[in-house]
Design a protein around this ligand. Sequence first.
Ligand code: TMP
Length: 225
Amino acid sequence: MDARSRGLFITFEGPEGSGKSSQARALAASLRQRGLPVALTREPGGTPIGDQIREIILAPRNTAMAPRTEVLLLSAARAQHVAERIRPALADRQIVISDRFADSTLAYQGFGLGLDLAALRALTAFATGGLTPDLTIYLDCPPVIGLARKARAAQAGGEWNRLDQKPVEYHERVRRGYLALADAEPNRWRVVDAAQPADHVQYLINAQVGQWLEELWTPPPSSRS
Ligand code: TMP
């Protein structure tokens, strides 16, 4: 990790049922196997305070939650996450992998719920102190496929939360939002087709991250001896 003065911050983003959490775990395992120090975390949550806020945000009974309440709770959890977990791990030169981060707020609360994107960006900058990911892996998946996967997993005891209950049009807007965000910042985002079998998706992610790490650690030609 000597090419940089701090660790690296990688985020996973994607709509419901895109397989993000399993793929984030798989990437963490593969980087650890290479001897790299990895901190794996998630949003909303990632800290004891954040996990309590997560319960309020996702509880199916909280149908009365106003969009601004939702975004302030998400931002509060994120502020705690950055202060308690992410910044210390980056200062310790670890590779932080977060299953969701601030782009989820732009996609879900911005494109999905229609909150003002500029206001969300300002709120996020306040919550994070300006921290942005170095690399974002976006697992793209049509909502009908992702929601069906999630419903099957829920029948087997998996989570089915308040946001999963929203209409499919909402999830379509979220997906379109993600694709617009990825288009706007191609250097940071890598889009992976997550409708493919999970082991192939994992292979593609490992290849993308491997290439990115190599480029990061290759000194520019002028500094080579
Ligand atoms: P998960 O299913 O990936 O654990 O995420 C929990 C839910 O929270 C998911 O429906 C997406 C939602 N979410 C937002 O709406 N905005 C956010 O900023 C974050 C981090 C998550």
